[in-house]
Design a binder for this molecule. Structure first.
Ligand code: CO
Length: 134
């Protein structure tokens, strides 16, 4: 598989509005707006940073993956997203290699991306998101 760059770094937060305000006012980021992604039970805000972005994620459901992450680890880096050109080809290749995947097929990601997660057991403890943008 060929990852072309780090697309974004996902940061789990308890309070999205407060987190966006802090990143904007203190670090000078400018939010590209927020979006609710029902499929992942999150509301997200993207903060562009050069060629990459920070993705702040607040859970919209106490049973959602981001809520469970914060319960276990506290706020912090939750995933790293790698940009790939052809996510279908990458998933097929990883399945062929027997890699454990969280998503067998691409699903909707914020901003209209097609995304899939690789299981952190495979990646030495990091939740890796594959991210294809058109
Ligand atoms: Co992400």
């Amino acid at each position: 598989m060929k990852a072309t760059r780090i697309d974004h770094i996902g940061i789990a937060v308890k309070d999205l509005r407060a987190a966006v305000a802090w990143y904007e006012e203190t670090l000078g980021f400018k939010s590209g707006g927020t979006e609710t992604v029902d499929e992942q039970k999150v509301e997200v805000a993207f903060l562009p940073c050069g060629e990459g972005e920070l993705e702040l994620l607040e859970s919209t459901d106490p049973e959602g993956p981001v809520a469970r992450f914060i319960e276990k680890n506290g706020e912090g880096v939750q995933h790293i997203a790698l940009r790939v050109a052809d996510i279908d080809a990458v998933l097929a290749e990883l399945k062929e290699k027997g890699v454990r995947l969280i998503d067998q097929t691409p699903r909707y990601g914020a901003g209209g991306a097609r995304i899939a997660f690789i299981h952190p057991k495979e990646t030495k403890g990091v939740l890796l998101e594959l991210c294809e943008r058109s």
